[in-house]
Write a protein that binds this ligand. Sequence first.
Ligand code: ADP
Length: 306
Amino acid sequence: MTDSALSIRGLHKVYKSGRHALNGIDLEVPDREFFALLGPNGAGKSTAIGIITSLINKSSGQVQVYGHDLDDSPAMVKSLIGMVPQEFNFSQFETGLNIVLNQAGYYGVPRRQALRKAQQCLEILSLWERRHEQARYLSGGMKRRLMIARALVHEPRILVLDEPTAGVDVEFRRGTWEFLLDMNRNGLTVLLTTHYLEEAENLCKRLAIINDGKIIEDADLKTLIGKLRTQGFILDTRESVRQLPDLPGCRLYTIDDTTIGLELIGNQELNTIFAELSRHNVHITSMRNRTNRLEELFMDLLETHS
Ligand code: ADP
């Protein structure tokens, strides 16, 4: 028995276009962990998830799931993983129950057991009452829950979710978080990709940050938060800023055209910085604290590694 749920070594993916989506990533996800893979768009999250779940072929490297090698035992690896994709990928004309039952069949779960398990999964995701309706009649949130139910029906040990709450309302997001936390407390290993830092901060114990096909940070949340010692602000400017001045006592960086990140170093006065910025024709219209600590770290890391 191994304590490692997922072990990735030197994973590379070069697409036919020549794009190096993954440049040798290493990842270790312990059993029963709640792990988030975080990164901006195009960083390589979906590619990594696709390889782990056998949807994409890797170019090189090793993937092991509970000690089983993806190359040697692909069927075993598949059976240990439940996958919740980003897009709805079931037939909208099938009933929720059939969608879940068919998935069980695909994994070779005997019919009677599949029915029992499907009922359990649909019940915990509040879909049992609607089981005989075609999927197209379910709300967006329900369809997403249906994909989670489907991913759990063969009793995987790791649940992999690709951006599970992208574009859904707050209520659904919170509900999904609670559900996932509950499943995790009951022993399920959870691996999710997200670009919502709040999601990662609220859910995960450990996270890795991926950028441009490389892991640039991999640590438990507490360690990462502990790295934040500077005081950060976000400033909005009147006009778009082409070039930022170098000012003593702070670090300035561009977030977008009219948004600047500011990090105070030491005891520099904000008013002095504003006066200096204005002297350089950068006029600040509003300022807010960078309240999300993880966001601060994320910006820092991307900045350092870009
Ligand atoms: P993320 O999920 O973090 O947004 P992806 O894994 O989808 O990132 O993509 C990583 C990089 O690989 C991006 O530059 C993307 O454009 C490229 N990419 C993804 N899929 C393909 C593909 N099928 N063919 C060519 N390039 C791809």
